[in-house]
Design a protein around this ligand. Structure first.
Ligand SMILES: NC(=O)c1ccc[n+]([C@@H]2O[C@H](COP(=O)([O-])OP(=O)(O)OC[C@H]3O[C@@H](n4cnc5c(N)ncnc54)[C@H](O)[C@@H]3O)[C@@H](O)[C@H]2O)c1
Length: 268
């Protein structure tokens, strides 16, 4: 009998941002592969809908109302995990927002808010999960970074970029510290993936969609579902020697030179 290296049966996963977008898609993906779930979001009604979808797959899921920028809410989140599941095999650190403000206008409270969410909050989630995974001798963590983790976006993304840069160094450091003890830490770096905020910005600026596409050789923006395959790969034993990796999920964006022309925009 062959074993399926992507099988997550009997594993427990926690995903933040599980009410919508990539967090919801990641949650459904690992549930479809067999995992039970702790679904974390400030949108409790949305997370409960994800929980119902997972229950229909025959898996167990609980929705927990938690703001991941607030360590005082993360501590009871993990206590609930301990009580209800007693272990954690996968953490998907997905939730966390930036703010748009130019380098000359960004206020320190705005900057601190973004760093609190994307750096302090994500680190505290990693620390809580990591302690438990290290004592189990096994676990996988995925941090969502961004194109802005490694390249500059302009357009008032200074706070977001600084925070997302820190997310990849967090990923590399934790991978280096923990991998010999069985705990892998990787990052997924998406390009533009449709979500309500992005759709609103594209509606306000009709040139933006074309500008995004000019940087995406695959010729389309991302959908939340594009994260499903990578999520299962990184959560499962199929990626047992992949750690500290920064994996672009970007339709070819980072491979292309800034002066390059994607095939779908070539005239001849
Ligand atoms: N969409 C993109 O183009 C893109 C690209 C690169 C990186 N990212 C990053 O990926 C992540 C997910 O993006 P998305 O497009 O799926 O977003 P989304 O807006 O579709 O979903 C985000 C979810 O996170 C929840 N959330 C927000 N702040 C929270 C908090 N403090 N605590 C708990 N839950 C919170 C929201 O309620 C929502 O359910 C974000 O960190 C984002 O910065 C997005």
């Amino acid at each position: 009998m062959t074993t399926n290296p992507f099988d997550l049966s009997g594993r427990v996963a926690m995903v933040s941002g599980a009410a919508s977008g990539m967090g919801q898609a990641m949650s459904l993906a690992v549930a479809e592969a067999g995992a039970d779930l702790v679904l974390v979001d400030i949108n409790h009604a949305g997370a409960r809908i994800t929980a119902q979808q997972i229950a229909q797959l025959g898996r167990r899921a609980i929705a927990v109302d938690c703001d991941v920028s607030d360590p005082a809410q993360i501590t009871p989140l993990f206590e609930q995990l301990d009580q209800q599941f007693g272990r954690i095999d996968f953490l998907g650190n997905v939730a966390g927002q930036g703010v748009l403000a130019s380098p000359t206008e960004l206020t320190l409270p705005q900057l601190e808010g973004v760093l609190q969410q994307l750096v302090v909050g994500r680190f505290f989630m990693c620390q809580q999960a990591g302690r438990r995974m290290l004592s189990q001798g096994r676990g996988s963590i995925v941090n969502i970074g961004s194109l802005a983790s490694t390249t500059a976006l302009g357009r008032s993304h200074i706070a977001y970029s600084m925070a997302m840069g820190a997310v990849i160094q967090m990923t590399r450091e934790l991978s280096t510290e923990w991998s010999a003890s069985g705990v892998r830490v990787n990052a997924i770096l998406p390009a533009q993936v449709t979500n309500p905020g992005l759709l609103k910005r594209m509606a306000a600026d009709p040139t933006l969609h074309q500008q995004f596409l000019s940087g995406i050789p695959a010729g389309r923006m991302g959908n939340p579902e594009d994260i499903k395959g990578l999520s299962v790969l990184l959560a499962s034993d199929a990626s047992s020697w992949i750690t500290g990796a920064l994996i672009p999920m970007d339709g070819g964006n980072t491979a292309m030179n800034a002066g390059g022309t994607p095939g779908h925009l070539q005239s001849d």
